[in-house]
Design a protein around this ligand. Sequence first.
Ligand code: NAD
Length: 311
Amino acid sequence: MTPGMKVAIIGAGNVGATAALRIVEANLADIVLMDIVEGKAEGLALDLSSASSIVGHSRSILGTTDYKEISGANIVVLTAGQARSPGQSREELLSKNAEIAKDASRKIVQYAPSAIVIVVSNPLDVLTYLTLKATKFSPAKIIGMGGVSDCARFNMLIGNELNIAGSQVQSVIIGPHADNMVILPRLTTVKGKALNELLSEKKIEEIVGETRNFGARIVKLLGKGSAYYGPSAGIFALVDSIVNDRKKLLCASSYLSGQYGLSDLCLGVPVKIGAGGIEEIVELELTDGEKSALMNSAASIKNLIKKIRSI
Ligand code: NAD
């Protein structure tokens, strides 16, 4: 039990509402769900609250259109904005979602100046950077959620192939939460065994490709909107590690200031997540090929950052 913990979720859409469900059902924190659409967050909060006596949690869930209600939140999760449509890339959401993130940042500074912020809206890495710059919070307190669910997809696919639980797979995905994410099969292990001892190179390549396209596949199948069960589980993992100070090593978009030879951008890397937010950035030894993939993906993020300077 963690009395007094308050998580504010800005954007009561598919991802935000499902994250709220996971957090209250684990009895992790009280929730404020905020959305610009009149009645939406309020209605969902009522619905979520009505299940409490069945599932047995005692958390309060408030729905609102008023930013004031996020006051004093320990954690703010930013899930406001448009989701992808079939054929659309995450990067195409930039201008609309950047405006929303900028506005939300101002409100977070005003009402929840001590909060740790988990950015989820896409394009993830550039919006994480924008939120960091707009709030002027310490880099430890701005975390981008993308890598947790990307790793979960990769782990699940490997688990399926080996007929073991995906939770037994330890993987690392760095770089952007985008099609050019840098998946590192060389550093993936299953209870200490290297992945390349367990699967052929061809099979690994196949799984890497499937992981890269996992989000787009869901968008295509749904026809409207994008994934939310997996991403909300990723949000839950970060919130849980902060609230319970678990010090888990998770992949998340973080501000880099020299690590991996990169600076002044946010990019997915392995980090230690605890009560202080990002408590450590883990630097891995990369091969030349991995390094060059990371540098290329960083260049694509730098280009997007240039674009937001004019927003
Ligand atoms: P959704 O359309 O279901 O919900 C978005 C919500 O944001 C809507 O309820 C909308 O009314 C609200 N909103 C819009 N502008 C707002 C504002 N100014 N203030 C408050 N609320 C506002 O979308 P979704 O599926 O929940 O996805 C939300 C975002 O998360 C999208 O940008 C999507 O691309 C992103 N996403 C990221 C990941 C990831 O792994 N990082 C995964 C899935 C989705």
